[in-house]
Design a binder for this molecule. Structure first.
Ligand code: SF4
Ligand code: SF4
Length: 141
């Protein structure tokens, strides 16, 4: 049975702003632009130019962008030239020093590590500098 693929959809909490999807989109249907550096980005999908090729979903490292099989998500004919999905992707903050940080979603940790422990998750909630300090202190002290 064919699964209906009606629309490209997006989970902003899973996005790490790598911009791979925009790079591989042959239709130029994805636009990611900075609103405030190190704070927030606009993430726009233009459904009128999307060809549903699936490249974005295939190459996205986290599964943040995907082809929805939810019929209720389909774009009505009347909106076929104007439909967009607009999201704002916001930075998080380092849990130690509060420096801006792109959150690493669980889906990405699960792809990279066999066991995603609490300690590992908390390490990835630190900025690179605090992560280095934490690891150094653990090994040396
Ligand atoms: S499905 Fe293809 S055309 Fe549509 S947004 Fe993704 S990469 Fe672009
Ligand atoms: S949707 Fe996926 S590929 Fe696109 S910027 Fe976000 S994490 Fe990267």
């Amino acid at each position: 049975m064919n699964t209906y693929k009606g629309k490209v959809d997006f989970h902003k909490d899973e996005c790490v702003l790598c911009q791979t999807c925009a790079f591989v989109c042959p239709a130029g249907a994805i636009n990611i632009s900075c609103i405030k550096p190190q704070e927030s980005y606009d993430f726009i999908i233009w459904h009128n130019t999307c060809t549903l090729c699936g490249n974005c979903a295939y190459f996205c490292p986290t599964g943040a962008i995907y082809l929805s099989n939810d019929l209720a998500q389909a774009t009505p004919q009347s909106e076929k030239y104007t439909a967009i999905t607009a999201n704002m992707v916001e930075y998080g903050a380092c849990t130690q020093c509060h420096a801006p940080l792109i959150n690493v979603p669980q889906s990405m940790l699960q792809k990279g590590f066999k066991n995603v422990t609490e300690e590992l998750t908390s390490l990835f909630s630190l900025c690179p500098q605090c992560r280095r300090d934490h690891t150094f202190a653990k090994r040396v002290l």
